[in-house]
Design a protein. Structure first.
Length: 218
């Protein structure tokens, strides 16, 4: 992962009104959970600089270096809250980390390739899990895992225990959980007559890739 540096400064502004005024000046309020001393440090970041640093990055859990007036703080970006209408960041939460100690993170999973069971068997690929939990050193955090499912045949399942992510990643998610499955067409629930999908699983039909969804909360 490329090193991400973000300028930050201590923040004294608190409360709804003060935070709104802070945002109008082009700053984002944030917080850093302290590892050694405990507690939380309030910070503020330039919105423009933050958005430039995040360009090209899709994960909400990234290792960053906070430049606090020359003091470098390695931190894990835990959550970004966005404005519902504008979509711009309005608050960022960080956790200070030690680069030599492992952390637990949730990493999105993206399926790549067309399963042989879809291509030749007319099946339907269903993605059951869209993310998995792993433990690793902060420098080894992945923004996403791309999992090749082209070898999956009809009625075959890819389990979490089948993943081979390398020595730097320790999978925490239970191995018996299904990650993806290729179902025969007759096993896929049809949509209701009213056109509502109800609780039917989301599927990827032949020739169409599934795209991971990222929900931002305000």
């Amino acid at each position: 992962m490329d090193q991400i540096r973000i300028k930050a400064a201590p923040r004294t502004e608190q409360g709804t009104g003060a935070v709104r005024r802070l945002r109008r000046t082009g700053m984002i309020p944030g917080s850093v959970m302290k590892m050694k001393k405990g507690g939380t440090e309030l910070v503020k970041l330039p919105l423009h600089d933050f958005m430039l640093a995040m360009r090209g990055h899709t994960s909400k859990q990234l290792l960053v270096t906070l430049d606090m007036d020359g003091r470098e703080v390695p931190a894990l970006m835990r959550e970004v809250q966005n404005d519902v209408l504008a979509g711009t960041p309005i608050h960022v939460d960080f956790s200070e980390v030690a680069l030599s100690e492992k952390v637990r993170v949730t990493v999105p999973v993206r399926l790549v390739g067309e399963p042989v069971g879809v291509k030749l068997g007319g099946g339907v690929l269903e993605q059951v899990l869209r993310s998995i939990d792993v433990e690793c050193l902060p420098a080894d955090i992945a923004e996403k895992f791309e999992i090749d499912v082209s070898g999956l045949g009809l009625d075959q399942t890819l389990f979490v225990r089948d993943l081979q992510l390398g020595d730097n990643q320790t999978v925490v998610t239970r191995g018996e959980l299904a990650l993806a499955v290729v179902k025969a067409p007759d096993d896929v629930p049809a949509a209701s007559a009213g056109g509502e999908a109800g609780k039917a699983p989301e599927v990827i039909k032949k020739g169409k890739e599934d795209e991971a969804k990222a929900g931002d909360k305000k």
